[in-house]
Design a protein around this ligand. Structure first.
Ligand SMILES: Cc1ncc(COP(=O)(O)O)c(C=O)c1O
Length: 391
């Protein structure tokens, strides 16, 4: 029998969520991810909330590469990397990531969550300090929570360079200062103040860590990410990112950095020492996705054009969208239940855009989050704007 106290608490939480209209529901998709999908019970629906920024998750060559990987290597190795879990395709993917991002080396993980979880507990040491932007992704926050008690942690105000500089100065006695930020902030869609952050890191001898999960494949002329957008290729100490968004969309993540950083992670990081590697099928699909991105930069151009069309169209309809070149467009609603209700109404109108509420965003800051894909055609965009005009 489950513990009675737990049962009562769990029931209370679920009842409260239901009664306040905040209970999340999950829609089952019964076709591959694409600009338009088949949703169980709702029929054909345009997806405006997937991270499939380049439309690669359903690309025939990406799928074929995964099938070939599965056939060549089997389902997996039943082992972690350092025992007998390293496949040739892991090295190939890691070399591809490093070469694409312009770093010496890279290491893959089963998710970017795991990649981030590896970074701070492994690389920091007693006497260090980690300074983290207040809007960083949950995986960075949790990674910072895992550091030694002798590593100080502090949060600086979102993109506030005065606050960051004040804190860097205040910690000038530390052995190593670490600064961490998202490249594209996942809930706001705004970009990190990367140039100023990098300059401050240089001035105060700090290590810069950039999670570019929403920037890679999206930002910069060739999709290398936020560092390319700001013309800072080669200037970031450590980059993390996901393979579960623009780069194939299945799963997986990476750390890209100097070979010393990667070697330390290989030797010491708990998420790879004690957990299996990325499945071969995913590694091969992700490799192919990066290959296609390199050969078809026009996908990035089209994505940027679609972002402009959607932002301008929503602006013309009177929706206030914060200005940003990223593919994430939040529409602030405020009230949690209202945001969820509006998401449900959009689904009725054939558009999938989910209302985001606490704990994904702070209380009272519920929103609809739109994500644009290069795979959207003008007809999709016309239907999207028509649905929003009815909202
Ligand atoms: C900024 C950021 N970092 C990390 C992650 C985690 O990525 P993954 O799904 O590969 O664990 C996400 C996904 O939501 C993200 O948005």
């Amino acid at each position: 029998m489950p513990n009675a106290h737990f049962q009562q608490t769990a029931r209370q939480i679920l009842d409260d969520l239901k009664n306040s209209g905040q209970l999340k529901s999950f829609n089952a998709i019964i076709s591959p991810m694409a600009p338009s999908v088949e949703v169980a019970g709702s029929g054909e629906t345009i997806v405006l909330c997937s991270n499939n920024y380049l439309g690669l998750s359903n690309h025939p060559e990406v799928i074929q590469a995964g099938i070939d990987g599965l056939k060549k290597y089997g389902a997996g190795t039943a082992s972690v990397r350092f025992i007998c879990g390293t496949l040739e395709c892991h090295y190939q993917l890691e070399q591809k990531i490093a070469q694409f991002l312009g770093t010496e080396s890279a290491l893959s993980y089963v998710s970017c969550w795991n990649a981030n979880a590896a970074v701070f507990p492994t690389l920091t040491a007693p006497g260090d300090v980690v300074l983290s932007d207040e809007l960083n992704h949950a995986s960075i926050i949790d990674s910072c929570r895992l550091v030694s008690k002798k590593v100080e942690r502090s949060v600086y105000r979102h993109n506030d360079m005065e606050d960051l500089e004040r804190q860097l100065k205040a910690h000038s006695d530390k052995n190593c200062r670490w600064v961490v930020a998202d490249g594209v902030f996942s809930m706001e869609g705004d970009l990190v103040n990367l140039r100023e952050t990098v300059d401050l890191c240089k001035k105060y001898d700090a290590m810069m860590v950039l999670d570019d999960s929403h920037g890679v494949g999206v930002m910069g002329k060739t999709g290398r990410g936020t560092h390319e957008h700001f013309d800072l290729l080669g200037e970031i100490d450590i980059m993390t990112g996901t393979l579960g968004k623009a780069l194939g969309g299945a799963a997986g993540g990476y750390v890209a950095a100097s070979s010393d950083v990667i070697k330390i992670l290989e030797q010491r990081a708990r998420p790879s020492l004690f957990s299996n590697a990325l499945p071969a099928t995913v590694a091969c699909s992700a490799y192919k996705a990066i290959d296609i991105l390199e050969k078809e930069p026009q996908r990035i151009t089209k994505l940027h054009e679609n972002v402009a069309k959607i932002r301008n169209g929503l602006g013309d309809l009177g929706f206030a969208c914060p200005d940003s070149p990223s593919a994430i467009v939040p529409i602030m609603i405020g009230d949690e239940a209202e945001a969820i209700r509006k998401g449900e109404r959009l689904l009725e109108l054939g558009i999938m855009v989910v209302g985001f509420a606490f704990p994904v965003v702070p209380r009272g800051e519920a929103r609809l989050r739109i994500q644009v894909s290069s795979a959207l055609e003008d007809e999709h965009i016309r239907r999207v704007l028509e649905a929003f005009s009815k909202l």
